[in-house]
Design a protein around this ligand. Structure first.
Ligand SMILES: *[C@@H]1O[C@H](CO)[C@@H](O)[C@H](O)[C@H]1NC(C)=O
Ligand SMILES: *[C@@H]1O[C@H](CO)[C@@H](O)[C@H](O)[C@H]1NC(C)=O
Ligand SMILES: *[C@@H]1O[C@H](CO)[C@@H](O)[C@H](O)[C@H]1NC(C)=O
Ligand SMILES: *[C@@H]1O[C@H](CO)[C@@H](O)[C@H](O)[C@H]1NC(C)=O
Ligand SMILES: *[C@@H]1O[C@H](CO)[C@@H](O)[C@H](O)[C@H]1NC(C)=O
Ligand SMILES: *[C@@H]1O[C@H](CO)[C@@H](O)[C@H](O)[C@H]1NC(C)=O
Length: 335
């Protein structure tokens, strides 16, 4: 793109911003604080997620052998989330099926997991930009009645994983915590339907549940996890639907070292008690969780055990200089 076009575009967007401010729409976003934006424009098609230039997420990772467009959905029946509402962006659903086997390092097929996780496109594991100063990771999740998760399994949904792949700095989880004991009767495991923020596991630290809330259907659950990479602390904010965020985990010691990649989506762990100690490569996973029929050029989805989770408003802001914005997301609007 010639630089004159770029300048024209910048001037155009500035004048749009000014116009919006002038019409008192309470534009909620301080774009200067946003270091990466994973919110989904309403013009995006599923095929755009297979493109290295159109998707805000890495187009090849982390999923099974099919393409992102096969593992994602653009739900039309879910209301926009808190962080999407005034921004005009839309929800995105991440699903897993029988083919969601990740080929780790190009050679080891992870039979124990079902994985579909979105990574920010420019986040390569060593880029300081994502993991320095203070960063607040915003996201909302909600369940899909038509593609319920099996809450007897553990799911890891949002996390930062070190560049060495040896620890998470934090993890959002749902389902029953995975238990590797071989004396567990996996058929007797009861379902745990909560959302949990777990602390980091750097340097062999034992994961602790820092915040837990019931995972109700039909509700957006909004989070901001704030990592201070200098002070090595984690704070978390939470709200439901369109309420302002509230501090639920005051800054608490957490080893945030190791750089790494952010993940948003689903890792489904095997049934508790069925593994041999090597979690990614062993253990029982129910099959037939989704059937795909190819009809003509389109795809028709059938099956009874579809599994997915809907995401909204994913973005990362720099809160080094200014406090995280907890309110005014929807001021001036009546729902
Ligand atoms: C996507 O992720 C893979 C694996 O980390 C990496 O090799 C590739 O360069 C990434 N693509 C982009 C566009 O960043
Ligand atoms: C990762 O991104 C940083 C910052 O853009 C760049 O300096 C570095 O070379 C990249 N590393 C890889 C392995 O691509
Ligand atoms: C395991 O649990 C199931 C369901 O409660 C039960 O039917 C079965 O008898 C149990 N198996 C053993 C070996 O205890
Ligand atoms: C944090 O974890 C890293 C990597 O495991 C370790 O080298 C470092 O000593 C830990 N820092 C603290 C303060 O515990
Ligand atoms: C279960 O996990 C613990 C802690 O990582 C490990 O020490 C133990 O060997 C594992 N046991 C089995 C049966 O996998
Ligand atoms: C567990 O089983 C998998 C799959 O058969 C195998 O690749 C792996 O080496 C086993 N791990 C252990 C610790 O026995």
């Amino acid at each position: 793109m010639p630089s004159s076009t770029v300048t024209a575009l910048i001037l155009f967007s500035l004048s749009v911003t000014t116009l919006i401010e002038a019409t008192q729409l309470h534009w909620p976003l301080d774009l200067s604080n946003t270091i990466w934006d994973g919110r989904i424009s309403s013009w995006m098609d599923l095929e755009d997620f297979d493109s290295p230039t159109l998707s805000p997420y890495n187009e090849t990772h982390v999923h099974g052998y099919r393409s992102w467009s096969d593992y994602l959905r653009l739900p039309t029946n879910a209301k926009r989330s808190l962080f999407d509402y005034e921004h005009g962006t839309v929800p995105l659903e991440v699903t897993v099926d029988d083919t969601s086997l990740f080929l780790s390092g190009g050679e080891n097929l992870q039979y124990g997991f079902r994985r579909s996780e979105l990574n920010p496109v420019s986040n390569n594991g060593t880029d300081d930009h994502f993991v320095e100063g203070k960063r607040a990771i915003h996201f909302s999740v909600r369940s899909d009645d038509k593609r319920p998760l099996d809450f007897t399994h553990e799911y890891q949904n949002v996390f930062l994983e070190t560049n060495a792949y040896d620890a998470h700095q934090f993890t959002l989880k749902t389902g029953t915590p995975y238990d590797n004991s071989t004396s567990i009767n996996s058929s007797a495991v009861t379902a745990t339907q909560t959302l949990r923020i777990e602390s980091g596991t750097n340097d062999g630290a034992v994961e602790k549940t820092l915040f837990e809330t019931e995972y109700n259907g039909g509700t957006w659950h909004n989070f901001a996890v704030e990592l201070d990479f200098d002070a090595n602390t984690l704070a978390a904010y939470y709200s439901k639907d369109y309420a302002n965020l509230e501090l639920v985990v005051p800054a608490t010691a957490n080893n945030n070292s190791g750089g790494g990649l952010y993940h948003f989506g689903i890792i489904k762990l095997p049934a508790s008690g069925t593994g041999n100690g090597s979690v990614p490569f062993s253990g029982y996973q129910p099959s037939n969780i989704e059937e795909i029929k190819v009809i003509g050029l389109g795809k028709e989805l059938t099956g009874i055990l579809l599994q997915g989770q809907i995401y909204g408003g994913i973005f990362i802001e720099d809160t080094s200089e200014r406090a995280l914005k907890t309110g005014v997301w929807t001021s001036g609007y009546v729902f």
